[in-house]
Design a binder for this molecule. Structure first.
Ligand SMILES: CC(C)(COP(=O)(O)OP(=O)(O)OC[C@H]1O[C@@H](n2cnc3c(N)ncnc32)[C@H](O)[C@@H]1OP(=O)(O)O)[C@@H](O)C(=O)NCCC(=O)NCCS
Length: 197
């Protein structure tokens, strides 16, 4: 096996929230990660930027967040949900997942907007961990349901989402371009009922 063929190991990879203060390093990495993937959404830098928000003000009607998988624990904060250590630079971002939430009639609706794991790091549970961190954030933002769209042919992603408890609820003809393809709409209930009023 040549060094290039040696699989990267996910041992020591940390999953945590992306923060505004590390914008330069994070945006560069996630742009590259998304562009290197045929099936991730190829967003612009400007499209990624709002996901680096600092903590939302209480009661915000809309919120966005991005979670990162990083290989360098010395420069990364603790697992999402734990306390955050301020950092200025980020090395070794090997995966990301971007989520949004909108509050409607007392209960939030979240969307998994974009996600990718670098090829050498795939199939080691990093996608699952990014999803778990994102779903935790969705719950904390009062989301009752999480939606996503995925290319119908994207077996890896569909399998990941099914394993995380998402199920197919609809088909969006011609949703994707380059190449043209239908979008499979999936959803997961977080078991939260709408609050009265
Ligand atoms: C989809 C993606 C994020 C999965 O990331 P990952 O880190 O490899 O996922 P995990 O290792 O956490 O996989 C968890 C489970 O998902 C399923 N899965 C993941 N990749 C799979 C594959 N290639 N084939 C079949 N099932 C797969 C399996 O059930 C897997 O569990 P297992 O390894 O114990 O069998 C990754 O393949 C990727 O970045 N793809 C390109 C970008 C993309 O398609 N993004 C989604 C856009 S909607």
């Amino acid at each position: 096996m040549t060094p290039k063929q040696v699989p990267a190991t996910a041992q020591g990879v940390v999953v945590r929230r992306a923060e505004m203060k590390e914008a330069e390093a994070v945006l560069k990495s996630v742009l590259n990660l998304a562009r290197a993937s045929a099936t991730a959404a190829h967003w612009s830098r400007a499209a990624f930027h709002p996901y680096l928000s600092t903590d939302e003000a209480g009661g915000a009607l809309q919120a966005k967040a991005m979670f990162l998988a990083c290989t360098d624990p010395a420069k990364c904060a603790t697992e999402a949900g734990g306390s955050h250590t301020p950092i200025a630079t980020v090395d070794g971002i090997v995966g990301f997942a971007a989520f949004s939430t909108i509050m409607t009639v007392g209960v939030g609706e979240s969307t998994l907007e974009n996600m990718a794991v670098a090829i050498p790091w795939q199939r080691q549970g990093i996608g699952c961990r990014l999803l778990k961190a994102g779903l935790h954030w969705c719950r904390a933002h009062a989301a009752g349901t999480v939606f996503l769209e995925v290319r119908a042919s994207n077996r890896a992603a569909v399998a990941l989402y099914e394993r995380a408890g998402f199920s197919a609820v609809g088909n969006r003809p011609g949703y994707y371009r380059d190449p043209a393809e239908d979008g499979l709409q999936m959803q997961k209930s977080l078991g939260r009922a709408a609050r009265a009023g």
